[in-house]
Design a protein around this ligand. Structure first.
Ligand code: FEO
Ligand code: CA
Ligand code: CA
Ligand code: CA
Length: 583
């Protein structure tokens, strides 16, 4: 529960100017270090990255592409150490035109290039230590370091585990599954695991939907049957004509135990299947675990899961084994916003209301698999692309990043999504009554209408500078004083680089956002994650170079060497005087 006090006095850093160039910019008085780049070996005795001679063998032992989520877990487990810990980083997707000489299309990769592609997805787990000079160092000889790829052995858990619909060409028991991809944001649990969110998984599959037994499900998920990636051309696994159920093995939240490099990650089917953006958990007043999740597509929904069992605060092996089951049993619900400022959580429970055989639901497993359809039937509120959803540890409110929705027509407006042809996005806050996150009725409020105030209706604090406006909020983080840190994906469409802004949300300076960081051209900012003491901020710079090519990139950040392409990379940022980030 909130124990810290919000202060309006903290965000005193010198604001970074709006603009767009080849470089990363942080405020005066701050330093940044490029800690891990695509292709960097994360184990000992692995060859240095050679962009002209990349191989699947090497990529399996190197940092992957397009880093998105970043989580820092202090070592030892349970401590608040801000000098030593594990970094867990998602590699959401690839851009073949930025990875391979000749700049091929994603759908045109050879078999070997496709194997590189599989290995460039997933996650990296690495041990890192802070040095006396303030820089962080990768510990290559660590027993924790691990690459998880699109082929890593995993298991399904929760409602759909072992269900008939989960049996595939390769998974005869409907329990075994392999790999994770499309991993966007995520969350770190209080028990020291990472939840990683499978988002745009539809684009990895090929096959004729008209003859597919799961065509209704797949169409609702956005499968098209076209070839956008080469995976289904080289591997039957992603060819729905040969392996029609495989699409149901993706679109989940996956729980990873970074303390055991041999552990099998688990796909948590009780959290529903949709374009998962992230998953952040909060321990409720009664000890149950509440997870908040967004479905990142136009007109999709915000979800909540409440565990049946209560969290055990210890870190013994028995406590951890128990906590690893918390997200398997409980209640999944979807948000229905009312114009009067209330929010009703609608439970997705088999047999209740319309969720019956008459509508194609035969068990709770069907609810896990056809979550969007179940939410449609319960009249959930269609949102402007729900991205990160996180609880502010200081005020206990839940903040929802809604990135944009330029397809919303004037007759489709609703109170939390009040702008037609919304190109800039907004932030909505959800308020649990008396801090009880299991309540079925919340209140909600509009935190921020984002965008350039000269171009759209916004609600920034009147003292916000010309550098303080932002567009297309995507990921978020909170510092120890409860300030909201928002990263963006899409600001270049508004004429400025993507980056990171910090904003008070709970005091007289509410809405006074300030730009803290500017990405190099083409990149979005992901991750933001603070060490417990807030003296280091980790950020993922995703797809620098954007739509340019390997051969002719818009920037060669971060190496700026003629023989290196632009590379997605994880950066560490700190204040030169050792103070907390933001001061
Ligand atoms: Fe992968 Fe929702 O952005
Ligand atoms: Ca995102
Ligand atoms: Ca976050
Ligand atoms: Ca994004």
């Amino acid at each position: 529960q909130p124990t810290r006090v919000a202060s309006p006095l903290r965000l005193t850093f010198n604001e970074v100017a709006q603009g767009l160039d080849q470089h990363l910019h942080v405020p005066q008085g701050y330093s940044h270090q490029v800690l891990l780049r695509w292709g960097d070996p994360i184990f000992q005795q692995v060859a240095e990255f050679d962009p002209q001679q990349q191989s699947a063998k090497n990529q399996n032992l190197q940092f992957g592409f397009n880093n998105d989520f970043v989580g820092f877990i202090p070592l030892p487990l349970g401590s608040q150490n801000s000098q030593h810990g594990l970094l867990v980083v998602n590699h959401e997707h690839t851009k073949a035109h930025l990875m391979h000489p000749g700049s091929p299309k994603d759908a045109d990769l050879s078999l070997e290039q496709t194997k590189i592609d599989l290995a460039a997805h997933g996650l990296s787990v690495v041990e890192v230590k802070r040095q006396a000079n303030g820089e962080w160092q990768l510990v290559k000889a660590s027993r924790y370091n691990r690459r998880i790829t699109a082929e890593t052995p995993m298991q399904l858990s929760g409602w759909a585990r072992g269900h008939q619909r989960m049996k595939t060409l390769y998974s005869k028991n409907g329990v075994d599954t392999w790999g994770t991809y499309g991993n966007c944001a995520g969350g770190v649990t209080p028990w020291g695991t990472v939840l990683t969110a499978e988002e745009n998984i539809n684009k990895y599959f090929k096959g004729d939907l008209d003859n597919c037994p799961e065509q209704e499900n797949y169409r609702r998920f956005g499968f098209k049957g076209d070839v956008r990636k080469s995976w289904g051309l080289h591997f039957d696994r992603w060819d729905l004509d040969k392996n029609p159920q495989e699409g149901l093995h993706a679109g989940w939240i996956v729980e990873i135990d970074p303390f055991d490099a041999q552990s099998k990650p688990r796909k948590l089917t009780s959290l529903g299947r949709f374009k998962h953006e992230g998953c952040n958990v909060h321990i409720n007043t009664d000890g149950r675990v509440v997870a908040y999740m967004g479905d990142d597509q136009k007109f999709e929904y915000v979800y909540r899961f409440i565990s049946r069992d209560t969290y055990r605060a210890g870190n013994t092996a028995a406590d951890r084994a128990f906590n690893l089951t918390l997200l398997d049993n409980g209640e999944l619900s979807v948000a229905q916003f009312s114009e009067d400022g209330s929010l009703h959580w609608q439970p997705l429970v088999y047999g209740q209301g319309p969720l019956t055989p008459a509508n194609g639901f035969h068990s709770q497993a069907d609810i896990a698999l056809d979550t969007r359809k179940a939410a449609d039937l319960l009249a959930a509120t269609p949102m402007d692309r729900p991205e990160d959803v996180e609880v502010n540890p200081v005020n206990g409110k839940v903040y929802v990043m809604l990135t944009k929705n330029d397809s919303r027509k004037p007759d489709q407006l609703n109170a939390p999504n009040p702008r037609a042809y919304n190109k800039a996005g907004q932030v909505v806050e959800l308020i649990a009554p008396q801090g009880d996150h299991s309540a079925s009725v919340f209140k909600w409020d509009l935190t921020l209408l984002a965008g350039n105030p000269k171009q759209t209706i916004t609600n920034y604090h009147t003292a916000t500078s010309d550098n303080g406006w932002l567009a297309c909020p995507d990921n978020c983080a909170f510092d120890n004083l409860g300030h909201l840190w928002l990263s963006t994906d899409g600001a270049e469409d508004h004429g400025v680089a993507d980056g990171l802004w910090a904003m008070p949300v709970d005091n007289p300076l509410h809405g006074l956002s300030k730009r803290f960081l500017r990405c190099p051209i083409g990149a979005e900012l992901c991750g933001p994650f603070f060490t417990p003491d807030n003296t280091t901020l980790f950020c993922a710079i995703q797809h620098p170079g954007g739509d340019s090519t390997f051969d002719k990139p818009d920037t060669r950040w971060p190496d700026f060497a003629d023989d290196m392409p632009c590379r997605p990379a994880l950066v560490a940022i700190w204040k030169d005087d050792g103070g907390v980030v933001g001061s």
